[in-house]
Every structure is written in C-alpha cells, then in structure tokens.
Design a protein around this ligand. Structure first.
Ligand code: ZN
Length: 257
C-alpha cells in the first residue's frame, strides 16, 4: 500500500496546506479519501491525473471533507473520462449526496463515464477490490450538533476507518470528538493517521503505548497550530520522534516508511 497526502490542513483555508485528503494506492486501485474545498487544485499540485482516481470515500459532511466533489467530477467530465468512478458514502448520507450531485447539474446521462454511489454501513467490511478493504465506525465528532437538527434530517455519521490490503493495516481517525475516538478500533496498525485539531498532541502519543502503533502520522494541521506542533515534535525523545511524522502536502508513505 502506498499513501500520498494531497492536503494536510484543517477546516481553515490556508496558503500552505490544502484541506485534509489522501490517496491510497494498492493493487492497481487509487482510492481518494476525502475531497474538501480545493481538492481539484490539490490533485493538480501533486501531478496526479484526475482520471487515475478509481474511487472516492467521504469521511463526513463538513465542507473541508466533501465540498470539492462536484468540481472534481466536473474535471473528470471535461477530460472525457471513460473508466467508472465509484463514490463510497455512509448509508445515512447517500440520498443527500445524490441530490448534491444532481443539484450541481451533473447528470448521469451526460457523463462520459459511469458514476456509481455505493453506500455502506458502520462495521461493514467493504471490498474495494480483491486486495483492498475498509471498515468504518461512527465516532463522536458530530454529536455536539445533534441538538440543532430539530427535524431529524441528518445522519451524524463522522467516520473513522481501518484500511487493509495484503500487506498493511492503516487506521485513519477522520475528524474525532475526543481522545476516546482514537481507540474505536483498538488494533495494532502499521500507520495511524490522525487529525490534530480536535485532540491534544500529548494524547496522541498514548497510541504508541496503548496500541503498539508502529508509526503515527499527524494531519489536519491548522496554520495556528503549525508552530506548537513543531515545538511539540522537537521536544520528543528520539525514539518517539522517529515514530511520529508531521504530514505535509505531498508526503508519501510506502512499505519502507
Ligand atoms: Zn476537518
């Protein structure tokens, strides 16, 4: 498995980082995880061909994680894409996503390619192909908004993920509500990709002891947090420092990382 970070910023728009997103490549498949505002430009900035993206997975419906989708589909259409595109979305948001695409005047009949929206449920193992799988669990990131949804229209499905291929196991925290959400899968993994905006850096270190995590990759880094996070990383003992990677746009993880 190879992972390339296309954006490593927070919800705040920044000139130094695009919003959080990464591309997982395994067994001839490229899965884009999250597609917030500016994703098309982030993909161009990394020299990636829009049409090499086979599928897209959305962690939750905050603008920094999904709002770039219509623009990205438009780029694919403008390039006369031929290969099918699959968008994986939690079942509670499937109807909204279909509407969102339709309301962006992107009609299936006018596409040069098949666009399929595939829904999944929590804890369901989803086969992306014969070698690449993911499982999701709902975390508490969106719980604080439940009081505002008087008409009970929203799904509140902010997801954490486990990705698996024949060689690697990867945990992606998504955006979380608290430290407890980091232990939602409670498994030793090769790479633990975690956000840094809604959690204390000190708490992230506990992952190494509690889960015997091999490497932790810190992402979702706001401009204001840039310096404190760097200072924190510098202050770590050498043994820990080498196991904690501060992500940047363009960072690539592979078997030897
Ligand atoms: Zn976010």
């Amino acid at each position: 498995m190879k992972i390339k970070f296309l954006g490593t910023g927070s919800a705040q728009t920044s000139l130094s980082r695009y919003h959080s997103s990464f591309l997982i490549s395994s067994s001839n498949h490229n899965l884009l995880v999250d597609c917030g505002d500016g994703i098309s430009k982030a993909i161009l900035a990394q020299g990636i061909d829009f049409n090499s993206i086979d599928s897209i997975l959305i962690s939750h419906f905050h603008a920094d994680h999904y709002s770039g989708l219509p623009s990205l589909i438009t780029q694919m259409k403008l390039l006369s894409r031929k290969n099918e595109l699959t968008i994986f979305v939690h079942s509670s948001e499937k109807a909204f996503l279909e509407d969102f695409i339709f309301h962006s005047y992107l009609f299936k009949e006018r596409m040069t390619f098949d666009l399929s929206i595939v829904s999944f449920d929590e804890e369901q193992e989803v086969n992306i192909n014969e070698n690449l799988y993911f499982t999701s669990k709902i975390n508490t990131h969106l719980d604080k908004y439940k009081q505002f949804d008087k008409k009970k229209k929203l799904g509140f499905s902010s997801l954490s993920f486990l990705f698996k291929d024949e060689k690697n196991l990867v945990n992606y925290s998504g955006d979380v509500g608290s430290e407890n959400d980091l232990y939602i899968f409670d498994q030793k993994v090769d790479w633990f990709i975690t956000e840094t905006t809604h959690i204390k850096s000190e708490n992230i270190i506990n992952l190494i002891d509690k889960l015997d995590t091999v490497k932790i990759i810190l992402t979702h880094i706001g401009d204001d947090f840039e310096k404190p996070l760097n200072d924190f990383h510098q202050s770590l003992p050498v043994s820990l420092k080498s196991r904690i990677i501060l992500a940047f746009d363009g960072l690539e993880l592979n078997q030897s990382s």
